[in-house]
Design a protein around this ligand. Sequence first.
Ligand SMILES: [Fe+2]
Length: 552
Amino acid sequence: MKISKKVKFMLPIAVATVMATSASIPFIRNVNAEITGTSGIENFSLPKVTGPYNINANVGSDPKELDFAWFTQSSGKTQIKISRTSNMNGTEFPTSADIQDAEQTVVKATQSINQSETALTDIDGKATPANNGDAVYNGKKTAGAPTGEYSNKAKVKGLDPDTQYSYSVSDGQGNWSPVYTITTLPTDKVTFAAFGDPQIGAFDNSKGTAKSNATGGHKNLNDDKTGWNNMLKLVTQNKDLNFLFSMGDQINDYNYLVQPSNSSDGQWYQYRDFFNPDSTVNYMQNMPLAAFCGNHDHQMGEYYGYHYNQPNISKLGATQYGNDGDYWFTAGPVLFLVLNANNYGTADHDQFIAEAIKANPNVKWKVATWHQSAYSEANHNTKNELDDPVLTIRNTWTKMMDKYNIDVVLQGHDHYYTRTAQMLNGSAVDPNTGAPETLKNSSNASVPGTTNPNATYAKKEYPDSVTNPKGTVYFTLDSGTGSKYYDFNKGNNDTIGGSADHSFSVVGWQGYVPSYSYVSFTDDTFTIKTYAANDYTIGNQSLIDSYTITKK
Ligand SMILES: [Fe+2]
């Protein structure tokens, strides 16, 4: 994340209400900021695009479904055509191909939002240091300007799992996309590549005074696009890969569809580059995607939601900007609970998780994922302000993970790789007994996967493989593109003050090179291997960390 200087924040106005209900989870309702300014819709003019663009296929509710989304600049009856690839004659669809009408909506965006800051009270109604000064991008929509675009969405159901399909989408004016191929997810196991914030367009942060400026930071939008393209090139060399999982902040710009200061940058261009970093390879069209809303994605209101077609999307966890609440999907033996942390109250999410688990009682594994990481070690480590509700989430959402026996949590936002111990009731615990444990430093090893002299790395004494562990393990993933990195927080990065807590961390790494996590679930194992990209070939990637959970 970053806070643009262009966004003005007003003094805190507390509007949160607290509802104390069961057990020890602080239930916080209605985390709503009040708008005190007016939104300025800047003049913008988009490049003319003929035919469908920003085409992507989201994971479906289960492996028999894929949920497609694409943009057009023309209205009309847009459609998707899809067939088993084995029935295709080259790029020609058979007469048996399924043709489905899309749902089309007018795309709107809210730009340059002035918001107030929300101060949350805790469960006791007090503004504690852990909660004081929170804000959330959850304001009322003050302006929704049509962008001249249309969002088209089609959920295709009844597909065969683990099967390759060919598809093409139309713009309603007779123009069809190229034919892409995509494989549905399997039912018995699942493997995916997870990235921390791609944040296409964040390069300008590297021009500042942050240390990352000294690490070869990206200099323009094209550098971010190239970083993303290289990462996709690398991860798709994993032949067992079933889908791509992005931890939010897919794009960077807070305020503008098209920047007044740079007519070739802004969210519009950043989405274009996220979905099409290389139009000759079409990585994003050929692989199912799971993505969710980071603070940057959220800052232009409803513009985010038009880009994705997410399964089982709920009003629970939504913000006032639109229907971008929580969603769930199943793949292999796993239930994925995708939570919108831009609304970081607990009541909605708690209800959502309960309902999703009730709808999927037989899953072997439960994974929760959201953007603003609970346990992070860099820039957001001790902050709890504006768009960084890290401490509130640490103090509240983790209790939901305990309550629902979530196995694994995947997060972004901090641009610094962190693997925690098994966490229970807010503490690192012995995986076997669940008793609180003070982690000890391991021997000083060299920093894996980098030669950068500013790199930081710490490993504590803790097993890399556990069986039937107590508690939940949390991962925060570093940048998947290299668009922005954060430095280890030694306790002096925080304008609020206070020491940085790293008691939860087993492995922390900042190599200032792009990284990703390769995650596999079978019925009885979870394995995550996090790699630093070197030359973007799988043979030369470097293992940063590995962790395995076995369930017997
Ligand atoms: Fe973020």
